[in-house]
Write a protein that binds this ligand. Sequence first.
Ligand code: ZN
Length: 312
Amino acid sequence: MIITVDIHGIGGKWWRMKDMPTTIKVLPIKDLSVAAVIYQCDEDEEGRAVYEYEIYDQAAFDRAVIPTDGCRCDCCGQQLKYACIVEHKPTTEIYYVGRQCANKIDFLRGQSSTIENASVAMAERALCNAREKEFRRDHPEAIPALDWARTGINRCAQDIASKLRSYGLSDKQIEFLVKLHEDDKAKRASATGTCPTGKQEVTGTILNVKKVPNEYSRYGGTIDKVLVDLGNGAKVYGNGPSNEHPEKGQIVKFSASFEPSQKDNLFGFWKRPTKWTVLNAPPVVDTAATIRWNDGDDDSLKHCDAAPSVCS
Ligand SMILES: [Zn+2]
């Protein structure tokens, strides 16, 4: 039996509904919009449905009261794994519609690729969540390291944490993640200071210099990106002064405006360096050591540039 009902009394056409055994399903055919697509991916300990969401209209989504025992399609009555939360704009009435029924409704058909993409994204996310849940169950010893990695404080650890979600981890990777966390804890325990804040003068050792193209200069050229170890456990990063040539190993003193990283108080950035002074002399070639190394050692070639007279 087919019943057509105008529940909102605004006239016009309505989608024709089947008379379902339990309820009469009604859905207007016009002015519908997908507020969200949800995916029932799991159940919690008390048997309540756990959903993944892709939300397109937060206000409409907030009006929906999502059943804790799963969704049924307001068109066909089917129990749904994927449900489109559909809002009828003129009345702000919320409906749940399955993907197949959504495809039969003119007003929703245009949104079918959105619905399909959302379904794929949520299924992937649910799979990743399942991998992580399993990992937490099987490797309780690595949970603190995983939680630490997820904060993004260490890029390498963060990368491993995202690999866990996408592929799972080998025992070696788990071991490495735990070691990174232990190293980080040790570093923090032994730190005697933090990254400076505001305008400060600091002294530290250059750990690394990386030349990058200067995008702001019309003449081209490069900028030195410099990493400095302040010796108290903190490291700071910023542009070297344009009139200097910073080198790894130099001990430098300079003033700048510092800002600590939001994730890590042992790391920070500087701007506008001034009074850049190199405190140590350039590294001296130890000629005696070079002669000793040269004694039939293949490595001797390395020293030719430094001490050509020894090699000739
Ligand atoms: Zn349906």
